[in-house]
Unconditional design. Structure first.
Length: 201
């Protein structure tokens, strides 16, 4: 299962139009979407990252979004990856995780038919403050992380089938559903992949 069907393309266009309307009506949202509103987060941002993660999940269960631990974020900040954050008025309002150290249980290369030496990174979660939803920040976080990954040959992410916002934004940014997998203690997820153009097979 790859690509986007016509209905999903229409949904993406409607979402972009809705975002544009929101940005025109609220200049602060437009500013938060600019590239220079994003920066790499450090150890001093750990509390803010964890708080935003809890806030963004709300009452959603793990069948929609997998809750992460403080140790998970601390490990990323300690060298297992990078976390990019978007600020508005000094407050962290969105973040996106790029994980470069992939654990064995989460490594999709074998099931996708790639060799273990193929470079890989994971878009391993994002969060947007409820007050800033509708401004395209989750999709912006995907663009930011793809740019940060540079020429990494293989980028992947997982998303719950009923997490329609994440699925729509990932697919709009060039990720394709390659498989349905079981992850995170028996949860069903779509495995989405984006290959760097020009990367050797």
């Amino acid at each position: 299962m790859t690509g986007r069907v016509d209905g999903e393309q229409d949904d993406a266009r409607r979402e972009d139009a809705w975002h544009d309307d929101a940005l025109r009506s609220d200049p602060s949202r437009r500013d938060a979407r600019r590239n220079d509103a994003w920066r790499t987060l450090g150890a001093g941002d750990l509390d803010a990252i964890e708080q935003l993660h809890r806030l963004s999940i709300g009452s959603a269960g793990p069948d929609v979004v997998k809750p992460e631990t403080r140790d998970f974020f601390a490990g990323l900040l300690g060298g297992r990856g990078r976390i990019l954050g978007c600020f508005d008025g000094g407050a962290l309002v969105a973040y996106g995780v790029l994980q470069t150290e992939i654990l064995a249980y989460d490594d999709p290369r074998a099931e996708l038919g790639y060799g273990a030496d193929r470079g890989i990174a994971k878009l391993a979660g994002a969060a947007v403050a409820p007050s800033h939803r509708g401004a395209g920040l989750q999709r912006a976080s995907i663009r930011q992380r793809v740019a940060l990954a540079g020429d990494t040959p293989l980028l992947f992410s997982t998303a719950a089938p009923n997490n329609t916002v994440s699925l729509q934004n990932l697919r709009a940014e060039g990720f394709e559903i390659r498989a349905t997998v079981t992850r995170y203690g028996g949860l069903r997820r779509y495995l989405l992949v984006r290959e760097h153009q020009g990367a050797a097979q």
